[in-house]
Design a protein around this ligand. Structure first.
Ligand code: NAP
Length: 325
């Protein structure tokens, strides 16, 4: 796996990252397979592991601790904090006060079984706390040697600049895919101006870009389903993805592979996170960095996924109010 620099002056990380949240959402959980997936990813050079202390209320970090035992130096640990989740999984709010940030970090270090977290970021800004204060707490942790680099997640250009003014931001974790382009007009140019890398999540847009969906998903929590995955929106969106499927078939790849390869084609400063909880996905995803597009193919994707290609918000309204725009 190729390595790339995260941000202008940041560390070298793998071309693709592994998103670990799904490993803690499974019902029932399959921890041994999750750990085996993490280890197989590391074996194949995927160093960037993305987690949060609130993924499975610490469960996700415990899985990572098992997987990196004896091989800490092969992993780049990106950890989010600040979402408060109850034992039943209910969202209780955001917490960004400096004292809490320092306590969150202490618990994460303990659960992960490491001396330092490589990249540390608030999952969302806490609207009740000046963003500078939350970021300042991470800057203190960097001075103390408990964290190596500062990240932010789901912030717009203004908060990106506010954070960067307190301490250099290495990476912005944010939703970005063929199906979700809102960062392109303002946020992405601001990140590039400041030398901040992009860690792209939801690269398959809730599975839409896998090309495997035939209609509105039926399982899961319906009130969490984003508008782009509902009713007439999803019918329209599946129709748009048909074009990606056809291009993928013609190139001898899957739609999912093409969707992630498209992100890599957008710039050396983008690290796509692929959510995987099974080793069965690994071979297909490891082949992605070798995929190339012609200028005509990129233009055709631009036409298909331009304005109106994918319709409907990426989060339900009550979640959207905390998201970047
Ligand atoms: N900062 C934020 O606000 C934020 C928000 C959401 C997510 N994230 C991060 O982003 C990561 C990824 O989240 P996500 O929402 O994109 O994904 P996800 O919820 O983890 O789900 C990805 C899905 O895609 C499947 N998949 C993987 N490779 C595939 C392929 N080649 N073809 C078809 N399906 C494939 C996975 O299957 P299997 O599970 O069966 O392998 C999984 O069901 C998370 O784990 C988290 O680290 C961050």
């Amino acid at each position: 796996m190729k390595m790339k620099r995260l941000g202008r002056d940041g560390p070298l990380v793998s071309d693709l990252g592994l998103g670990c949240n799904g490993m803690s959402l499974q019902k029932p959980r399959a921890d041994d397979e999750s750990v085996a997936t993490l280890q197989a990813a590391l074996d194949n050079g995927i160093s960037f592991l993305d987690t949060a202390d609130f993924y499975g209320m610490g469960h996700n970090e415990s899985l990572i601790a098992r997987a990196i035992k004896g091989r800490r130096d092969q992993a780049f640990l990106s950890v989010k904090f600040g979402a408060l989740i109850s034992h039943s999984g209910a969202f209780l709010g955001l917490e960004g006060r400096p004292s809490s940030v320092k306590a969150f970090a202490a618990y994460s270090l303990q659960r992960l079984g490491v001396d330092v977290i490589d990249l540390y970021q608030p999952g969302r800004p806490d609207p009740a706390v000046p963003f500078e204060d939350t970021i300042g707490a991470v800057a203190d942790l960097i001075k103390e040697g408990k964290v190596r680099y500062l990240g932010v997640s789901e912030v717009g250009a203004e908060n990106l600049r506010r954070a960067h003014a307190v301490h250099p931001v290495t990476a912005l974790e944010i939703e970005y895919s063929l199906a979700c382009r809102f960062i392109e007009p303002e946020i992405l140019p601001a990140a590039r101006e400041l030398g901040i890398g992009i860690v792209a999540y939801r690269v398959l847009a809730d599975g839409l870009l896998s090309g495997l969906l035939t209609g509105e998903p039926t399982g899961g929590n319906a009130h969490l389903r984003p508008p782009r995955m509902q009713g007439e929106n999803i019918e329209h969106n599946i129709e748009t993805v048909e074009f990606l499927k056809q291009m993928a078939a013609a190139k001898g790849h899957t739609a999912a592979q093409l969707a992630v390869a498209w992100l890599l084609s957008r710039g050396e400063d983008i690290v796509p996170l692929i959510g995987m909880s099974r080793r069965a996905r690994l071979a297909e995803n490891l082949a992605i960095p070798d995929i190339r597009f012609t200028a005509e193919e990129l233009a055709a994707l631009e036409r298909a996924f331009g304005p109106g290609g994918i319709i409907g918000d990426r989060y339900p309204g009550f979640v959207m109010k905390f998201a970047a725009r």
